[in-house]
Ligand binder design. Structure first.
Ligand code: ZN
Ligand code: ZN
Length: 332
């Protein structure tokens, strides 16, 4: 018996699957790319051929122009070179997938980014037993336990209703977080129009085209302050403190991110109302997932690798760090 997964080669700019002559989430343009999801640190433009879910391809089309894409549905298996490749839901954002690779009697699952909590905007994570599980570790420390999403959304609504002469301005990533927050607000009974920064418009529209209803959205730009009092306004995190936000009526600055668990990060962005809402697995979700997937080996792509590696070793699972570069965990 040789070493497991000899045919999978991690390089700093991505994971190379030799018998498929294809790269997973490469940070440089490659002839063949298998893409887990649409976030900018995983999906980049300029590849020859792209294999991804229909939703991920649609997101890439919006961001980079039309892709030479081969859509692969969840659960469908395609042959790439000498490898059977299938895509399984990862529960991270719309269209996000784990990539399952079968070759030489071995199964390798590349999870991409994932979470285990319910998200009304995407299909839930599917546990796929395998020999090697390649995982992220963005929140791979035992201190990272995300609170219940519903109670975070309730805190937002409570604050909004307590100060009707102000607005709540929430920083949220344009892909995934913004749409999830809108949908969670709808689910908690907030039926009023939600105002959005122009940078969120295209992806919100795309989500609706892909059958994720968001309710009434209005562009927040160029409106009288009076209209925005008592309203929720969403913008990309970068716009929270810029000139754009000065036109809003005395905004209560909020941000939806797993990093809001760290006070210092909230302070850096002048966030008055930190909302701990993450699209990544917390410590319990990471370790529960590894337990359920029950792999022989765990390979860790990025994040806080040390603690998770240690946990694996304590549980008799071989673990290694891949030290991939270019994955920012900002899409949290
Ligand atoms: Zn991501
Ligand atoms: Zn990522």
């Amino acid at each position: 018996m040789g070493r497991l997964g000899k045919w999978i080669e991690p390089f700093p700019d991505g994971i190379y699957v030799r018998p498929a002559d294809a790269w997973i989430d490469p940070s440089q343009p490659k002839p063949n790319a298998l893409i887990t999801h649409g976030h900018g640190d995983h999906a980049r433009g300029g590849h020859g051929r792209v294999f991804a879910t229909r939703e991920t391809l649609a997101i890439m089309d919006v961001r980079y122009g039309e892709q030479a894409g081969t859509p692969v549905g969840y659960g469908e298996t395609i042959r790439v070179g000498e490898v059977d490749v299938s895509f399984v839901p990862a529960g991270h954002v719309l269209g996000s997938a784990q990539i399952v690779l079968d070759h030489a009697g071995e199964r390798v699952v590349v999870s991409g980014d994932y979470k285990r909590r319910p998200d009304p905007t995407c299909a839930p994570f599917v546990v796929t037993p395998c020999d090697i599980f390649i995982t992220e570790a963005t929140f791979g420390l035992p201190v990272f336990i995300h609170p219940d999403t519903g109670s975070e959304v309730d805190r937002l609504l409570h604050r909004l209703h307590a100060e009707p002469d102000r607005c709540v301005l929430v920083g949220a990533y344009a892909l995934g977080k913004a749409q999830r927050l809108i949908t969670e607000l709808r689910g908690r009974g907030h039926g009023e129009p939600i105002y959005i920064h122009g940078a969120l418009e295209r992806l919100c529209r795309l989500y609706e085209e892909l059958d994720v209803p968001l309710g009434e959205l209005r562009l927040a730009t160029g409106l009288p302050k009076e209209e925005l009092k008592g309203r929720i306004v969403l913008c990309p995190p970068g716009a929270l403190n810029d000139r754009w936000s000065r036109r809003l009526p005395d905004p209560i600055t909020a941000m939806a991110s797993g990093w809001m668990r760290i006070r210092q990060r909230a302070r850096q962005r002048n966030v008055e109302l930190p909302l701990v809402i993450s699209d990544h697995a917390d410590w319990d979700e990471l370790t529960r997932t590894i337990r359920e997937v029950a792999p022989t080996e765990v390979w860790i792509t990025h994040g806080r690798e040390e603690a998770l590696k240690h946990w694996c070793m304590m549980h008799q699972i071989k673990a290694r760090e891949l030290n991939l570069v270019g994955y920012e965990d900002e899409d949290d």
